[in-house]
Design a protein around this ligand. Structure first.
Ligand code: AMP
Ligand code: MG
Length: 518
């Protein structure tokens, strides 16, 4: 395995002078050098061949002990210097101070086919940023991150990627429900990949410490390597940079809304400056369409990160980033204008996205109303989002539409007369509106099916893979991995995954209720 190694991050940015792996506040540095922990019995469970290929790693390479040892932290690739990043963040709306890569260790940068990637291990041991935790990760959360990040990529949504999933052979103690019942679980490591793992919090930490020198160094580095098309760093470029991050963040969130993905912990330390979905923790996929739903049990009271609030939180987080970048520009107005525009842009993009989901591509004066009414109908009784929108592309006439709807409804008995009538009148409006579209039924179906996925990583599906893996059966990981590579295609052999959540999974831990414990 021969990689084209680059070291832009460690050579162009200030390193922590202290090289001891002790937990501490790290000042005047973007990162600290740290070595991954050796594991007792590393076993490779799965590799994303496509991701490996993008890094210039062949399928044969991935079968070697060398590869296994690299992606489990047991061996350091020659001439590379692993490191953990220093960042801060706002967690659940409150300033949390220094956080940092507490259990992520960046291995190296690889350039392949003109793309520069950073490879990072999650769960490879403690770092100066581990605070009071162990720097490790368990199998269940690692399976969830591994499967979901690749699934997201194939849905066409910007995301960090996954290269491999491994067991460490070590046991990790976790109190899943935070109720004083800790138990040992299997330790695991995901090797993740992204052009950059920089978060809003990387910028916030320097602003909070009034370290403008390093704030500028980091921002200039980010622009040079990830936004070079904006021009050389200057006050104008910093503003353009903020505008780009805003646009990318917004577009990512509109995509989340399109497929029903709820991140669960949109803290500013979990917001990528590239507008990538990052840090798959207690995320969840909407089953019943519900703006108020959150998968994260830690957030059950306030529901800050509920489905319908993700766009607002994106904006809230961008305010924090604007505050962090402000010292480089010293003029609040341009930031305020960009932030004010977010709301307008969100309304427009969200409207366009919802129109595409229901197959409307021309302008209609009552379209906003039509979509609002649809969202109301969808929330009358528990109605599966994925199935509803996917079925809608088969819409022909009002009478048969009710059948398409019934397939998406969890308890069809609850569809009482009053609700049925509401749906009926919505379908009537929809049928009338479709007459104004130019596309044929076939064309409309094709377009709708390209934005309404048929297969998503339903919460219970990941849980089934986890339960099997706990019994040493890893086959479902591969089945789901392959299924989710083609989320928009009909896969007749996989029809069983295009189904409502089974009732056993309704209130099961790991299926609809996720804790941050990982
Ligand atoms: P999260 O909410 O999972 O994104 O984590 C917030 C912060 O806690 C980040 O700085 C993580 O690196 C850190 N963290 C989470 N879990 C662990 C762990 N097991 N060991 C050390 N640090 C952790
Ligand atoms: Mg995080």
């Amino acid at each position: 395995m021969k990689l084209n190694i680059k070291n832009t991050f460690t050579t162009e940015l200030p390193a922590d002078k202290n090289t001891e792996n002790t937990r501490r506040q790290v000042k005047n540095a973007v990162f600290s050098y740290v070595q991954p922990k050796k594991t007792s019995k590393p076993t490779l469970l799965h590799v994303s061949d496509e991701m490996a290929n993008s890094l210039g790693i062949s399928r044969e390479d991935t079968k070697t002990d060398f590869f296994k040892n690299i992606v489990t932290g047991n061996l350091i690739y020659p001439k590379t210097t692993p490191y953990a990043m220093c960042y801060a963040g706002h967690q659940f709306g409150n300033w949390a101070g220094q956080l940092g890569d507490g259990r992520a260790i960046n291995l190296f940068e690889v350039e392949h086919k003109k793309s520069l990637w950073k490879v990072q291990l999650k769960g490879a041991g403690e770092t100066p940023y581990s605070r009071n935790a162990d720097g490790l990760a368990v199998l269940r959360s690692s399976i969830r991150e591994y499967l979901c990040s690749e699934a997201m990529h194939y849905l066409g949504i910007p995301t960090t990627r996954a290269l491999s999933l491994s067991l460490t052979g070590d046991k990790v103690l976790r109190d899943v429900l935070y109720n004083g019942n800790p138990a040992y679980e299997k330790g695991a490591i995901v090797a993740r990949v992204s052009p950059s793992f920089l978060r809003f919090g990387n910028f916030e930490i320097f602003a909070a410490r009034n370290d403008i020198k390093n704030l500028k160094i980091l921002t200039d580095y980010t622009i040079k390597h990830h936004f070079s098309y904006l021009g050389k760093p200057s006050k104008e470029t910093y503003i353009k940079f903020f505008k780009e991050v805003t646009n990318k963040t917004l577009s990512m969130i509109v995509n989340w809304q399109r497929v029903g993905f709820v991140h669960g912990v949109m803290n500013t330390d979990n917001m990528s400056v590239l507008g990538y979905t990052i840090d798959y923790g207690p995320y969840g996929w909407l089953e019943g369409f519900d703006f108020g739903w959150t998968p994260n049990t830690t957030d059950r009271q306030n529901k800050r990160y509920r489905f319908g609030n993700q766009p607002n939180i994106g904006l809230w987080n961008l305010y924090q980033l604007a505050n962090a970048l402000y010292p480089l520009v010293e003029d609040a107005k341009p930031f305020e204008e960009i932030l004010a525009h977010y709301r307008i842009d969100f309304e427009q993009q969200s409207f366009k996205m919802m129109k595409a989901k229901i197959g409307l591509f021309t302008e209609g004066i009552n379209d906003i109303q039509l979509i609002r009414e649809l969202e109301d109908c969808l929330q009358l009784i528990e109605t599966d989002m994925t199935i509803f929108f996917r079925n809608l592309s088969d819409f022909e006439e009002v009478f048969t539409a009710i059948e398409l709807l019934e397939e998406a409804i969890y308890f069809p008995n609850e569809l009482k007369k009053e609700y049925r009538e509401k749906w009926q009148s919505w379908f009537e409006l929809y049928a009338k509106r479709l007459l104004k579209e130019k596309a044929s039924d076939k064309e409309r179906k094709e377009k709708m099916d390209s934005v309404n996925p048929k297969y998503v990583l339903r919460n219970y599906m990941a849980q089934l893979a986890i339960e099997a893996a706990n019994k040493e059966d890893y086959s479902l990981i591969d089945t789901l991995f392959e299924l989710l590579k083609k989320p928009y295609e009909n896969q007749p052999e996989n029809e069983k995954w295009f189904a409502k959540r089974p009732e056993w999974a309704r209130n099961k831990i790991g299926c609809s209720m996720l804790s941050c414990s990982s």
